[in-house]
Design a protein around this ligand. Structure first.
Ligand SMILES: Cc1cc2nc3c(=O)[nH]c(=O)nc-3n(C[C@H](O)[C@H](O)[C@H](O)COP(=O)(O)OP(=O)(O)OC[C@H]3O[C@@H](n4cnc5c(N)ncnc54)[C@H](O)[C@@H]3O)c2cc1C
Length: 471
């Protein structure tokens, strides 16, 4: 039938192995990190994942991912729930203030999954490993590709850092944000089309676990906000864990101190919605982890002349990565694996057609999310830099129109939940019916009492923390 070599055993490498093995392919997954399979998700949380350091950060697992699991890989969803993840039925947590609380048929798709990223990866790996068509080799770094010469070179196999090589019928690079594939091709004079924009943020996350006496408060209320100089979010995990993430500008040295656990907790306490979580009967289970160099980036294996490499696909963060603040990478990565498998299944013997079909699907389904991330970051940057733009207006409509309307109009609440869970395209909120309710709410913004501030102004926060401005 065919033997596929996958570079990288993160979410999208495993997702590709899962779906390709189900349609009869032999699959070998090579993961650089030496992470033998531990007996439980708790031990996986301590995995040394140098190759995917983002596993130390909060991860939202959205409706699109939930539904792909439910509809195509129910055994994964079942095992996730069995090992302590929670399936959050958003419609069960509708705000009581909505104008219509009647359930809708589409509500069956409004789900999120509360689980740590390592738990999700552990479950995926367990299930994939149980398929006799799949072999996973950890601690096995790929150092290059076996490739033919010619106008359109064909990838025929993989070279291993510790010596040796292996031939495959098809190779998939699922080796993440730091994928070396562009360099491997550059070495052969091939430049992959690429577009990149730095998000300019630094991420700080810390995990906690509530004691057995306390339930994790799970609801539809997304605890996330933007104080201008600092963004925050609270994420549910599995097995009574939760995590808090702060994000600051990578140029704001004054706030780099939030990497210190004490400072981090102090900042969180000053933000009412997030601080509430620190009043739970809970203990921190990690220090504060930080991560910078976060990009919006898209690549392609197709240029104006068509497909540029045979026998090879790229997927996940290696192909497209977006600002983690929007929490979409695992869901869009899993979706990509699903689309790629479809393209391969329908064109088993022609990797060029597979690549064309996959590129079209990416353009239709994934690029709108990439573009939404880029547009939103640009508009935030303009706002921060005081550049006169439409950004200020858009932000005001978001804060004083859309967000309050999600609490009163069932139509807006559903449209918003569908959009953030990747079940409706980013532009779906521009629908005239939705916008009418949003704008009505926005136009009446001065008739309502001003909402309480999300948290202190920058100077107040600096005073509380005893920070001096660092230029
Ligand atoms: C700070 C942060 C927070 C995030 N938060 C969210 C969130 O809330 N929700 C969400 O859905 N997404 C989030 N993301 C994005 C998400 O983590 C990624 O989109 C997702 O991990 C991509 O999966 P992947 O399989 O493509 O890459 P990865 O998960 O990075 O896996 C790539 C794998 O390839 C391996 N590898 C690399 N090179 C080689 C080689 N040469 N040979 C063999 N193996 C190799 C690496 O060791 C790694 O295991 C976040 C990202 C960051 C940075």
């Amino acid at each position: 039938m065919g033997h596929v070599g996958i570079i990288g055993g993160g979410v999208t490498g495993l997702a590709s192995a899962l779906s390709l093995s189900k349609i009869g392919f032999q699959v070998s997954v090579f993961e650089a990190d030496a992470t033998p399979m531990p007996p439980s998700p708790e031990e996986a949380f301590d995995w040394n994942r140098r190759g995917a350091p983002q596993v130390r950060h909060s991860h939202a697992l959205l409706g699109r991912l939930h539904n792909l699991l439910r509809d195509f890989h129910p055994e994964v969803l079942k095992m996730l729930l069995d090992v302590g993840a929670t399936e959050i039925a958003l419609a069960r947590h509708m705000p009581e203030t909505l104008d219509d609380l009647t359930p809708y048929p589409d509500d069956k798709d409004l789900f999120m999954i509360a689980a740590r990223r390592t738990t999700f990866e552990w479950v995926l790996r367990q299930i994939v490993m149980s398929n006799p068509n799949v072999v996973i080799k950890t601690g096995q770094r790929i150092s290059g590709l076996i490739m033919t010469e010619g106008d359109i070179p064909e990838v025929q196999g993989l070279m291993f850092e510790n010596g040796g090589s292996e031939f495959f019928d098809l190779v998939i690079a699922a080796n993440g944000r730091r994928s070396q594939a562009p360099e491997w091709f550059r070495g052969r004079g091939i430049e992959l089309p690429e577009e990149v924009e730095d998000t300019g943020i630094v991420y700080y996350s810390r995990f906690f676990r509530v004691h057995e006496s306390e339930e994790l408060p799970v609801s539809d209320r997304l605890v996330a906000g933007d104080l201008g100089y600092l963004k925050y979010g609270v994420f549910w995990g599995d097995n009574r864990t939760f995590s808090i993430t702060l994000a600051t500008s990578d140029k704001d040295k004054t706030f780099w101190g939030v990497r210190d656990s004490k400072v981090f907790d102090q900042v969180v306490r000053e933000i009412p919605a997030a601080g509430e979580w620190l009043t739970l009967d809970a203990d921190p289970i990690t220090k504060v982890h930080s991560m910078a160099g976060l990009l919006n980036r898209r690549r392609s294996l197709v240029d104006e002349g068509g497909v540029i490499i045979k026998g090879f696909h790229m997927i996940g963060d290696a192909l497209i990565c977006t600002n983690p603040l929007y929490g979409r990478g695992c869901s869009t990565g899993f979706w990509q694996a699903h689309l790629l498998t479809k393209a391969i299944e329908q064109n088993r013997d022609d990797s060029m057609i597979q690549a064309e079909v996959f590129a079209e699907d990416i353009e239709e389904h994934i690029i709108p999310w990439y573009q939404a991330s880029v547009d939103s970051d640009r508009s935030n940057r303009e706002l921060e830099n005081g550049v006169p733009s439409e950004g200020a207006n858009r932000k005001s409509i978001l804060q004083n129109g859309l967000m309050p309307a999600t609490q009163t109009s069932a139509k807006v609440w559903r449209a918003f939940m569908r959009m953030i869970n990747l079940l409706a395209p980013p532009k779906s909120l521009n629908d005239p019916e939705i916008m009418a309710d949003v704008l009505e709410m926005w136009e009446k913004r001065d008739e309502r009492p001003a909402p309480p501030p999300l948290g202190p102004e920058r100077s107040e926060m600096m005073d509380v923390l005893g920070l001096q401005e660092i230029a």
